[in-house]
Design a protein around this ligand. Structure first.
Ligand code: MN3
Length: 201
């Protein structure tokens, strides 16, 4: 399968001032595109895996030839994680439904508690990686991964992810990762998160 860079739903400047247009442009056309190109290069000539989609590849990294496993983990993960990240962003926050809010409150206490715990996961991730809200064995859970590792490779379903690589925020926020995490909530499309939750339940 030849993988392609997906379009941004709302364009590069839709998330100002929370994520600036320049960061979005570089993040999408350079970083994400780089993952797509390197993933395709790693899979070049791998006839046995031609029909595999990105989820199948990341769920079964161990079945791939040893010499391409790292490339698929990093670049396939990069492609998959960023595709999800763009899909849960909105120019303005789309509020969660009552049903989803209740499920979140049952697990985390309140949406504020959830945000606190999520921020903690995002700040404790040393170096590059991601903070996640996932479904794990049918339950809502906060987790984080290093580099471009994806929860899908651990059998979890990603509902919401935040890229905490410096390339995701450094132009605007420099070392202030906490401010970037706080700003993120202004542009989360909870309806997209909730659709993933409904499918994963
Ligand atoms: Mn990134």
């Amino acid at each position: 399968m030849k993988f392609k860079l997906p379009e941004l739903r709302d364009g590069v400047d839709a998330y100002e001032p929370h994520i600036d247009a320049k960061t979005m442009e570089i993040h999408h056309t350079k970083h994400h595109n780089g993952y797509v190109e390197k993933l395709n290069a790693a899979l070049e000539g791998q006839k046995d895996f031609e029909s595999w989609d990105i989820q199948e590849l990341l769920k079964n990294i161990g079945q791939l030839p040893k010499d391409i496993q790292t490339a698929v983990r990093n670049n396939g993960g990069g492609h998959y994680n960023h595709t999800l990240f763009w899909a849960i962003l909105s120019p303005e926050e789309v509020k969660p439904s009552e049903e989803f809010t209740k499920a979140m409150e049952k697990t985390f206490g309140s949406m504020e508690d959830f945000k606190k715990e999520f921020k903690d996961a995002a700040l404790k991730r040393f170096g590059s990686g991601w903070a996640w809200l996932v479904m794990d064995q049918g339950k809502l859970k906060i987790t984080s991964t290093p580099n471009q590792d994806s929860p899908i490779s651990q059998g979890q379903v990603e509902l919401l992810g935040l890229d905490v690589w410096e390339h995701a925020y450094y132009l605007n926020y420099q070392n202030r990762r906490p401010d970037y995490v706080d700003a993120f909530w202004n542009i989360v499309d909870w309806s997209a998160v909730e659709r993933r939750w409904q499918q994963a339940k």
